[in-house]
Design a protein around this ligand. Structure first.
Ligand code: ADP
Ligand code: MG
Length: 254
């Protein structure tokens, strides 16, 4: 069966606050869905529910034909849900190159072996090199992960996600805090990933020009609820987005 990711009435409450409220949505391969909405709308929380960092209060998540609602985050990663790593989970004192190689190795199920160190796995080394070039970190390969600029750290997060060869890519504001010249690198990368029509890509992004150029579909979250879902032109033009998200008064009021 074809890959699909679906949330059904997905809900999480923090005390009395419903951060994600009955969100039902199906994501399909070959489709990049942008998730937009004001700050505090529940976008990151929705991602955390899908990737398993948070457990749902109610509702369910179906991935590739399996109900994964109760699965741990590592289990979901192994099943192919790719969430950009938090760099705190990495090896901060290892170099950029070493981190990417370890991720490639993990994806290939190769464990450290005294008799056959990864240095001899030329295919894995080549794969890590290709990923470093893909995210434009080739020139920073020897630098400790912690010594990277903020923008380069974001690129490394993306590199590690690519290394795991997920079926679903989740980007939560991937260009946040990046300098102007770094933004296109990440956007081109996402556009490149889109070429592989077998993947599902979810992107939380504030910049509407970015959303417009990359998204096949936009969903809008507002107060934890899904309030719009459709092709970019339609959703961007909808009154709910113009008012609630962009803060623009409807045309008729002008
Ligand atoms: N772990 C948590 N505990 C309590 N409240 C949370 C937690 N995580 C998120 N929230 C709240 O849930 C709401 C949605 O947050 P978030 O998903 O980060 O929004 P967004 O990513 O759309 O800006 C916010 O009101 C936020 O304060
Ligand atoms: Mg967020």
């Amino acid at each position: 069966m074809t890959l699909s990711l679906e949330t059904r009435d997905l809900t999480i409450r923090f005390g009395g606050h419903v951060a994600v409220n009955n969100v039902s949505c199906t994501f399909r391969p070959g489709e990049l869905t942008a998730i937009v909405g004001p700050n505090g709308a529940g976008k990151t929380t929705y991602f955390n529910l899908i990737s398993g960092q948070l457990r749902a209060s109610s509702g369910s998540i179906l991935f590739d034909g399996t109900d994964i609602t109760q699965h741990s985050a590592p289990l979901r990663t192994r099943a192919g849900l790719g969430r950009a790593f938090q760099l705190t989970n990495l090896f901060p004192n290892l170099t950029v190159e070493e981190n990417v190689r370890l991720a490639v190795q993990a994806a290939n199920g190769t464990h450290y072996d005294m008799l056959q160190p990864w240095m001899v796995r030329r295919d894995l080394i080549a794969r890590a090199d290709a990923i470093l070039d893909q995210v434009a970190l080739g020139g920073r390969r020897g630098v400790a992960a912690t010594a990277l600029s903020h923008g380069d750290q974001r690129k490394l997060e993306v590199a590690l996600m690519i290394a795991l060869e997920p079926k679903v890519f989740m980007f939560d504001e991937p260009t946040a805090g990046m300098s102007i010249d770094e933004v296109p690198v990440v956007l081109n990368l996402i556009a490149q990933l889109k070429q592989d029509r077998s993947k599902i890509i979810l992107l939380v992004e504030h910049k509407m020009d970015v959303v417009r150029s990359l998204a096949d579909r936009i969903i809008v979250l507002h107060n934890g609820q899904l309030v719009a879902d459709g092709v970019p032109a339609e959703v961007i033009a909808s009154p709910i987005v113009q008012e609630a998200y962009l803060g623009i008064a409807p045309k008729s009021a002008a």
